[in-house]
Write a protein that binds this ligand. Structure first.
Ligand SMILES: Cc1ncc(COP(=O)(O)OP(=O)(O)O)c(N)n1
Ligand SMILES: Cc1ncsc1CCOP(=O)(O)O
Ligand SMILES: [Mg+2]
Length: 219
């Protein structure tokens, strides 16, 4: 699906829900109803058979909503589940191998921290999007290295691939991230920690509406 335009809210599943498949699926359905365009299945806890069932179910759910499922960390799971792609960080294996295995139409995402050289190498290896973060303090991954909005802006100017911001992005902060150049706003807690997941997703999605100028810097 690298031909599809990658733009909008990129919701990532939270650890807190992976042990409760019914709640996880309900929350993901709500995020998709609210307008999430990509969903990442990020699950470092469940056993492999459970992860396969959940990833297959989420891939079907995403298709129902015209959205795309990306599997975190695991190329084989992405293939077996019929997902649209994979997200790989620095220690998660070769981006070029992932691109070869998944094919030219798949999404291959890469963690780039705050590092444009890493993004350059990732794009050379076939990345469909480059992700920078954490942009703000994150409860989900507090030890992720900090990154700047200015890095997003430089990446957007330099390359034609999609640019993703991640880390502590709330609906209130999302317009600033989009204004800095993000095509994708990735979030865990701001979506799935909300009392009303659908309404939270809709609030993020509005940051992508033309003419949205409600920029709050978070500083
Ligand atoms: C969209 C997006 N960006 C960054 C990450 C982080 O990936 P990684 O560095 O491999 O860390 P884990 O998520 O695997 O803990 C991501 N998952 N998604
Ligand atoms: C996976 C990841 N990588 C960098 S920050 C982060 C966590 C994002 O979650 P949240 O939106 O809750 O800060
Ligand atoms: Mg990873």
């Amino acid at each position: 699906m690298s031909g599809a335009r990658l733009r909008g809210l990129y919701a990532i599943t939270p650890d807190a829900l992976t042990s409760d498949p019914d709640r996880l699926l309900d929350a993901c359905a709500a995020a998709l109803r609210g307008g999430a365009r990509l969903l990442q299945y990020r699950d470092k806890r469940s056993p492999a058979p459970t992860r396969l069932v959940l990833a297959r179910t989420l891939a079907t759910l995403c298709r129902t909503h015209g959205a795309l499922l990306v599997v975190n960390d695991d190329v084989r799971l992405a293939i077996e589940a019929g997902a649209h792609g994979v997200h790989l960080g620095a220690g998660d294996g070769s981006l070029a191998d992932a691109r070869r295995q998944l094919g030219s139409a798949a999404i291959v995402g890469a963690t780039c921290g705050n590092d444009l050289m890493r993004a350059d190498a990732a794009i050379d290896a076939g990345a469909s999007y480059v992700a920078f973060g954490r942009l703000y303090p994150s409860r989900s991954k507090p030890d992720a290295p900090p990154a700047d909005l200015a890095t997003l802006t430089l990446a957007r100017e330099r390359w034609p691939v999609a640019v993703c911001g991640i880390g502590g992005i709330t609906p209130t902060l999302a317009p600033a991230v989009v204004a800095a150049g993000a095509d994708l706003v990735a979030a865990i807690d701001g979506v799935f920690g909300a009392a009303d997941v659908e309404a939270a997703a809709r609030a993020y999605a509005q940051a992508f509406d033309a003419g949205n100028t409600a920029v709050e810097t978070g500083n």
